[in-house]
Design a protein around this ligand. Structure first.
Ligand code: HEM
Length: 403
C-alpha cells in the first residue's frame, strides 16, 4: 500500500462540528490502554475541543483532513521550541527538525534528504538486514530465553540506522540512551527533570554527531551522512544546524519506531490477541494499524493547535470493520480498507516508511519461523513522547511446539 492508496472520498469534517468536551489529553501520558480512551473520545465526536484549547482529531477522516489541510502548519511547533528552550543543542535540534518546518524550508530540506536517502539506498540495505536478523535470531534461539525487545527488535534497526548513517557500532548504546533522553520533549507535557536531562543529552549527542559530520565532510564515505552533507540542488545545501538536526532525527526515528512496531506487534500475537497472517506484508500492515507506534502528531490549523490521533484513526470502526480485532487478512480482500495513518500523510509523510516496512517484514518473517512463548505474566506499556512501547518482552523458545 502506498501513501495515497485506499483513501476514500468523504465530506471534509465541518469545522463548526467541533464538540467542546471536558477531556484532558494529558490522560494519555501514563495510560496503559490508550485505545479505551480513544474509543471514548471518538464516541464524543470526530473533532473535539478540550478545555486547554487543543482540537483533537479522533476519527480516521478527521485525522486525514487535518493532515491534508492546506492551512496546517508545523512551523509553529518548531517556534514553540525556539521560545521554550534555552539556547543550545536541544533548541537547535527541535527548531530545525524537518517535521517542524514549513515552506519554503520544508520542501527544500525534504528534497535534499530525498536526494541522499533514495529507494536504491534502502534496497541495497536488504541483504544486510536479512543477514543481521537471521544471525542474531540463531544465537538467541540457541540461548532459549531472551528479551525480544532489547535482544532482537532493538538490535536490528539500531544496527541498520548506524550502518546507514555511518555511526560507529561502539557508539550505539550511548547514542540510543541520549536520544531516549531527548524524546520526552516531543510529548504533550514534560517535567522539569525530563527537560533538564533532555537539554544535557542533546548537547552530548550533538558533540558526537558534530565530530562525525566534520569527519565525513573531510573524508566523505558511502554513508548517508556523507551524502546528506554533499547533497545539493539548485545551488542549495543543508546548513550545519539542519544537518545536525537531521542526523539526530534520523538516528532516533530510524530505530525507535521500527523497534516498537515489531515488538508491540509481536506482543499482540504472543498474548493471544492474533496470529500471523497469510503473508508477511499483510501481517506488518495490520501491526502498523493495530499497534500504531507513533500515537499522535500535531499541527496548527485555523482551528488552533490540533492533536491528530493516528492511533485512534487506525482503530476507527467507520474505516475498519472489527477495528479492535487483529486481522491481517483484511489487507488481502478487495477493496482493501483505507491506508493506516501510522506514517502520517501529506507533506510530512514519513521519509523512512519503506525502510521501516522492509526491516519489520524481515524481522517478522524471521520470527514467524520460531516457536516463541511469552516468558512473563505482566507487560509494562509506556508512552515516551508520542511513542508507545514496552519496557521489555521476555520470551522463550517453546520446546513443546518444536516437537
Ligand atoms: C515503523 C516505523 C516508523 C513510523 C511509525 C514512523 C512514523 C512517522 C510519522 C507519523 C511521521 C510524521 C511526523 C509529523 O507529521 O510530525 C514521520 C516522519 C518522518 N520519519 Fe518516520 N516513522 C518510522 C520510521 C522511520 C525511519 C526508519 C526513518 C528514517 C531512517 C524515519 C524518518 C522520518 C523522517 C525524516 C520524517 C520527517 C518527514 C518530514 O517532516 O518531511 N521514520 N515518521
Amino acid at each position: 500500500m502506498g501513501a495515497g492508496s485506499g483513501t476514500r472520498e468523504h465530506e471534509m469534517a465541518d469545522p463548526h462540528d467541533i464538540v467542546e468536551v471536558d477531556v484532558d489529553v494529558d490522560a494519555l501520558v501514563d495510560c496503559a490502554d490508550p485505545y479505551a480512551l480513544f474509543a471514548a473520545w471518538r464516541a464524543a465526536g470526530p473533532l473535539l475541543r478540550t478545555p486547554s484549547g487543543f482540537v483533537v482529531a479522533t476519527s480516521w477522516q478527521a485525522a486525514m483532513d487535518a493532515l491534508r489541510d492546506p492551512s496546517a502548519t508545523s512551523g509553529l511547533i518548531g517556534q514553540r521550541y525556539r521560545d521554550a528552550l534555552p539556547p543550545g543543542a536541544a533548541r537547535d535540534e527541535l527548531s530545525h527538525r524537518i517535521n517542524f518546518l514549513d515552506p519554503p524550508d520544508h520542501p527544500r530540506v525534504r528534497a535534499l534528504v530525498s536526494k541522499a536517502f533514495t529507494p536504491r539506498r534502502v534496497a541495497e540495505l536488504r541483504p544486510y538486514v536479512e543477514s543481521t536478523a537471521s544471525s542474531l535470531l540463531d544465537e538467541l534461539v540457541a540461548r532459549g530465553r531472551f528479551d525480544l525487545l532489547h535482544d532482537f527488535c532493538h538490535q536490528v534497526p539500531s544496527l541498520v540506522i548506524s550502518e546507514l548513517l555511518g555511526v560507529p557500532v561502539a557508539e550505539r548504546d550511548r547514542l540510543t540512551a541520549l536520544s531516549d533522553a531527548v524524546t520526552p520533549l516531543l510529548g504533550l507535557s514534560v517535567t522539569d527533570d525530563e527537560r533538564t536531562a533532555a537539554v544535557a543529552a542533546a548537547e552530548e549527542m550533538h558533540a558526537t554527531l558534530g565530530e562525525l559530520l566534520a569527519d565525513r565532510q573531510a573524508h566523505p564515505g558511502a554513508d548517508l551522512l556523507s551524502a546528506l552533507a554533499a547533497a545539493e540542488e539548485d545551488g542549495e545545501r543543508l546548513s550545519r544546524a539542519e544537518l545536525l538536526s537531521l542526523a539526530a532525527t534520523l538516528y532516533s526515528a530510524g530505530h525507535r519506531t521500527t523497534r516498537d512496531l515489531t515488538v508491540n506487534g509481536m506482543a499482540v500475537l504472543l498474548t493471544g490477541g492474533g496470529t500471523f497472517g497469510p503473508d508477511v506484508s499483510s501481517t506488518v500492515q495490520e501491526m502498523l494499524r493495530f499497534e500504531t507506534p507513533t500515537l499522535y502528531v500535531a499541527r496548527v490549523t485555523t482551528d488552533g493547535p490540533v492533536l491528530v490521533l493516528l492511533g485512534a484513526a487506525n482503530r476507527d470502526p467507520a474505516a475498519y470493520g472489527d477495528a479492535d480485532v487483529f486481522r491481517p487478512e483484511r489487507w488481502q480482500v478487495e477493496p482493501t480498507p483505507p491506508t493506516p495513518l501510522s506514517f502520517a500523510f501529506g507533506a510530512h509523510y514519513c521519509l523512512g516508511a519503506s525502510l521501516a516496512r522492509m526491516e519489520a517484514e524481515v524481522m517478522v518473517g524471521a520470527l514467524a519461523a520460531v516457536p516463541l512463548a511469552l516468558d512473563t505474566t505482566a507487560l509494562e506499556w509506556r508512552l515516551r513522547g508520542p511513542f508507545r512501547s514496552l519496557a521489555a518482552l521476555p520470551v522463550r523458545v517453546d520446546a513443546a511446539a518444536t516437537t
